[in-house]
Write a protein that binds this ligand. Sequence first.
Ligand code: ASP
Length: 324
Amino acid sequence: MKSILVLFLFILLSQISYSQPGIKYAMVIHGGAGVMSKKSMTAELQKEYISVLDHALQVGDSVLKSGGDCMDAVVKTIMVMEDSPLFNAGKGAVFTHEGTVELDASLMEGKTLGAGAVAGITDIRNPILLARTVMEKSEHVLLTGKGASQFAVEQGFKLVPNSYFYTDKRYQQLQELLKKERVSGTNDKHGTVGCVALDRDGNIAAGTSTGGMTNKKYGRIGDSPIIGAGTYANNATGGFSCTGHGEYYIRLGFARDISAMMEYQKLDIQKACQAEISKLTQLGGTGGVIGLDKSGNIAMEFNTSGMFRGFIKSNGEKQIGIFK
Ligand code: ASP
């Protein structure tokens, strides 16, 4: 009789903890990974980065707090970082070899496995918004270049001149690399942005937006607009957004591989992200990843000396970081 009572109590308690998870919603962001040191970044600049990351977290948090969905949170949060000249996405994007700007972005919804992405965008202020429109208003997943612009106009987007994306800092970075004849992304320059959100309904979305790598040529496209490489979301496992040397991320099928390790090997999100970063290191690549699972567990892993990053949870927990 006593053991039946204990068993009954055990079942009751496990039901309660299952139906009352501590975390109702959560969100994690990154603003790129790369070589960063306290010495090479003025205190003033650190403050500026932290203030934009903080603002981005607040924007996403208010969407989630008021019952908004994870897709809205991800898009609105990424738009804050796309509109800041500090990050390599939207306004602050890096230059191609030809001195123009070509943007990539992608977005995925974990509930439906719906996805939208754009690549080689030259005239849309917020590529993440266009990625969402591709997902919701077209029968495709990935649109590129002129065709993507045509679709954007049909959907009511206003075009901006490519000069809108000009910033002195990025122009100087191109000049340095042109002298050295090198292509650079995360090895020394950084700033791709990403976000993963879990909403009150238990749905997860992930998104990534970038200007790619400075001095890129020949219409080069990295991992950021490739679903499964730079972005992936599945309610059964979690959501992931990557930043790093895109060619390595594409070859590893990076974000999807993390999800697969969680699904098939039953690894937790932290271990799965760490395992994937080890594979990246072994292959010779650099970068980082953020991840968020259905219980609100967060991973922020990178093999560089820094990654702009932060998270916020419904219980008030919040963190913003730059260096290792
Ligand atoms: N992953 C981006 C790309 O390869 C660059 C970055 O994240 O810094 O285009």
